[in-house]
Design a protein around this ligand. Structure first.
Ligand code: DOR
Ligand code: ZN
Length: 344
């Protein structure tokens, strides 16, 4: 096995870059590893319209070193009152790449999300017509549904019917965590794909309770049983163009995680590529890392592949215990551990 691996520059098809000091602290980690990233709109207040997205894109670029080659791809946060004309204009002007469906109260800053998917049918119809991608946080919020079942129930109750109602709409089921999600995506038409995070490839639900409560392993959708992790790993390394890289890197200040009611989110941006490489190697599929990281995403979104390459070399990367973001500290995924790859 060779000691280095050179692949076309990858993209991150799902990331939270935040705002203010947190943005300034974390954006560079994404921009160092990825050429482009789909930036989630769940700020407070959320990015629900074209001027807000333009202003946010400017703040992202201002937070990065001048010469870094990185393009943020903006998303529009869908609310019950989503404005189809604004969405279409934003898409045509090249500001919005996608729109994001958060079921109301499903996760961080989703209170203004969608209460009933039928409310956004006019927006979805327009998106279907113009070829704009819908990114989906796929969990029901029904408190009667066990938290470990919320993704599978969402697929049955919401997503499967949605794909029938809008057969041409391009849909990405974000951060998949279950064998049901894998099966659904595989059996759905080519208009349906999924992103896969490093953490859902590497941890199962036991990681949250390893010798005590582990807030830094908590995210949404929550990690599931080992069996589900295995199904997601097999999907990611399978070579199917329906699965591609999306880190869901979601930084929160250390105190917001280590709290009586800790926030959901895992900050994996600093070493996402090294983590994916580790998983692909364990699965004997290093030769498929490039298509997962750099080809399937742009092809699904209808965007050009990146020029240029990135090289991963065998060696030791020590993950820092915490990272500064202004006055705050953020604990990265696998803090304090050693990884077996170095990104050059
Ligand atoms: O763990 C998560 N964190 N899942 C989400 O869906 C949102 C994200 C965040 O913004 O913190
Ligand atoms: Zn996310």
């Amino acid at each position: 096995m060779s000691d280095s691996l050179t692949i076309r520059r990858p993209d991150d098809w799902h990331v939270h870059l935040r705002d203010g000091e947190m943005l300034t602290g974390v954006a560079v980690y994404t921009a160092r590893q990825f050429a482009r990233a789909i930036v989630m709109p769940n700020l407070s207040p959320p990015v629900t319209n074209l001027p807000a997205a333009q202003a946010y894109r400017k703040r992202i670029m201002a937070a990065l070193p001048k010469r870094i080659d990185f393009t943020p791809l903006m998303t529009c946060y869908l609310t019950d009152g989503a404005d189809s004309a604004d969405l279409a204009r934003g898409f045509e002007e090249g500001v919005f790449t996608a729109a994001k469906l958060y079921p109301a109260h499903a996760t961080t800053n989703s209170a203004q999300g969608v209460t009933d998917v039928e409310k956004i049918f006019p927006a979805l119809r327009r998106m279907e017509q113009i070829g704009m991608v819908l990114c989906v946080h796929g969990e029901v919020t029904d408190p009667d549904i066990d938290i470990f079942d919320r993704e599978a129930v969402f697929i049955d109750r919401v997503l499967d019917p949605l794909t029938r109602e809008f057969p041409q709409l391009k849909i990405v089921l974000e951060h998949i965590t279950t064998e049901q999600a894998v099966e659904f995506v595989l059996s759905a038409p080519d208009t349906v794909a999924a992103t896969v995070t490093p953490h859902h490839l590497m941890i199962d639900r036991n990681a949250m309770f390893d010798g005590g409560i582990r807030p830094h392993a908590y995210c949404l959708p929550v990690a599931k049983r080992e069996r589900h992790k295995q199904a997601v790993r097999q999907a990611a390394v399978s070579g199917s163009p329906k699965f591609f890289l999306g880190t869901d890197s979601a930084p929160h200040a250390r105190g917001e995680k280590e709290s009586a009611c800790g926030c959901a989110g895992i900050f994996n941006a600093p070493h996402a590529l090294e983590c994916y490489a580790e998983v692909f190697e364990e699965e004997g599929a290093l030769d498929r890392l490039e298509s997962f990281a750099s080809e399937h995403g742009p092809r699904f979104y209808g965007l050009p592949l990146n020029e240029g390459t990135v090289t991963l070399r065998r060696g030791q990367t020590k993950v820092r215990k915490q990272i500064a973001a202004g006055e705050e500290r953020v604990v990265p995924f696998r803090a304090g551990e050693s990884l077996g790859w170095v990104v050059e």
